[in-house]
Every structure is written in C-alpha cells, then in structure tokens.
Design a protein. Structure first.
Length: 95
C-alpha cells in the first residue's frame, strides 16, 4: 500500500521522497537549499526581502539548548530564527 502526503506550498511527494523537509529538521552543520515558504505565513514577505528565496543556500550554524532559537546562515548573513518560524521554511536537503 503506497501512502502519499502533501507538503504545503510545494509539489506532491510520496513517502519515498523525503528530500523536502523544513528548516527546523536540519541538524547543526547541515546545509540545504530553500524550496519555498509556506503560503499564508505572516512573515513570508519579510523573509523574502532578507533573501530567503527558492534556491538560496542555508546552513544551520548552531541551536540553543532546547532547539530554540536556531542560528542559520543565508546568503552570507547570520540570522537567529524561532523554531516556529523555521518550520514554515521548506528546504531541499543536499545529497
């Protein structure tokens, strides 16, 4: 039995294709490419202005003790994001 699910704001994906996840799922030191921002996210316009656009490289630099906030690097600039914001940013893991 094949199960499928939909990642909001991107293409349909099957359970066999888990390469598209959110920024919050990356571990410290991992890098990926931004795939998009969840539609309806209140801060999406501001994130786009800061360079969080599709295809931009993102790297997790470090995480706080309980995983919140997360320090990341996008286009050479460091940002600290709440985990609740990071789950709204869809990424494609580098293979």
């Amino acid at each position: 039995m094949k199960m499928t699910f939909k990642i909001i704001g991107t293409r349909d994906a099957s359970l066999n294709d888990l390469s598209t996840v959110t920024l919050a799922h990356l571990k410290t030191g991992e890098a990926a490419q931004i795939d998009g921002i969840e539609p309806g996210f209140p801060h999406s316009e501001r994130f786009l202005e800061l360079g969080f656009t599709a295809g931009a490289s993102v790297e997790i630099l470090r995480k706080a003790f309980l995983g919140d906030p997360i320090e990341i690097r996008v286009r050479g600039t460091r940002y600290a994001l709440r985990k609740s914001d990071a789950v709204k940013i869809k990424i494609k893991k580098s293979r």
